[in-house]
Design a protein around this ligand. Sequence first.
Ligand SMILES: Cc1cc2nc3c(=O)[nH]c(=O)nc-3n(C[C@H](O)[C@H](O)[C@H](O)COP(=O)(O)OP(=O)(O)OC[C@H]3O[C@@H](n4cnc5c(N)ncnc54)[C@H](O)[C@@H]3O)c2cc1C
Ligand code: SF4
Length: 366
Amino acid sequence: MHPFSLSRADDPAKAIAAHAFDPQLAFVAGGTDLIGLMKDRAALPERLLDINGLPNMARIEALPEGGVRIGALARMSDVAADTEVRRRFPVVAEALLFAASGQLRNMASIGGNIMQRTRCAYFRDEIGCRCNKRNRGSGCAAFHGLNRNHAIFGWSESCVATNPSDLAVALAAMDAIVIVQGKTGERLIPFADFHRLPGSTPERDNVLDRGDLIVAIEVPANVEASASHYLKVRDRASYEFALVSTAAAVEMDGRQIRSARLAMGGVAHKPWRLKPGCAEFRWTTSTGSVQRSLHRSPMPAPSPIMRSKSSLRSALPCVHCKPREHAHERCRTTDLTRRRPAQGGRRCTLHGRYFARRRSSCRNRL
Ligand SMILES: Cc1cc2nc3c(=O)[nH]c(=O)nc-3n(C[C@H](O)[C@H](O)[C@H](O)COP(=O)(O)OP(=O)(O)OC[C@H]3O[C@@H](n4cnc5c(N)ncnc54)[C@H](O)[C@@H]3O)c2cc1C
Ligand code: SF4
């Protein structure tokens, strides 16, 4: 474990100043993501500043006009159980309950949740794989590697990682606002602008700078919110990150849907909000069954990962090529997935890729 010192903050202004002027200092709230990153050597701060003692940052307040203000230090389980959050924004409560495990939700904070880093296995690998997010310019091992959970929208050749937060998807659909205290005072950041696409600087996940402290998240009232839900497809029900997820909210006019809000998770470096500008949804209920038509206007090009995400069959774990792809990436020899039968490879019936029967050259077999 990377050695570090720990101190406790009781004054927001001092905490912000310390973070702004000390590049080796990191805020820690529940520690459920940061400590894991330190164990994996993907984050190596020398000083941790525990912000749990900062005043008024764990409150959950119902706002008079129908919204809610959630303090950044409120615990995921407390927000999910809050009666006003459940009544006004069921999608937020459901997204939280679909996330992590009960024990983690008791510890993890709302601010930490939207700040958590990608679960890309190469980024988190202790031995240090090729990863532009971790070491700029080192390459992206996931691009042709194990990338079943990776981006299909908004990706770049530098990085195809996805944002793992379930809550962020619900907040994006609700057009929440992140309230940040920084060196120059308070800023309100619309949720759609909080996370970044990777572009050529994938090391930056969001728009925060040194000295920025998230103090709260405000979810404004909207007509769709009370009829909102979160759906998540994942490999196991106990706890697992999303393969894909959707936050959906609708305003009904009788049996007709008047307006809708949609955001997707597990598909991009940030929660992927579908707006009328990029997709138009129309539902008709003429025969009693709901029909949906999705008219696509220009959308980003699908990534090489699209095939494995879009088919439920290939979304199932593959006992043949998945472990071999990982072994290949660790030993960094030839691309096993491109081997042809003549070279001793067998075709994976699920993914249509080739893998080698013999891997005698690999020193790191899994
Ligand atoms: C096994 C496991 C499974 C999980 N499954 C899911 C899942 O299915 N869905 C999901 O959404 N999440 C999942 N998570 C992630 C979990 O929800 C996050 O680890 C948690 O929400 C982070 O909150 P924290 O308070 O522990 O953050 P910390 O680990 O304390 O901090 C995380 C980051 O946020 C920064 N930070 C924290 N608070 C602030 C603040 N107020 N202002 C500025 N920066 C701040 C820290 O400096 C750090 O960089 C899982 C985690 C684990 C370990
Ligand atoms: S997808 Fe991003 S995080 Fe994963 S290996 Fe590539 S650069 Fe690193």
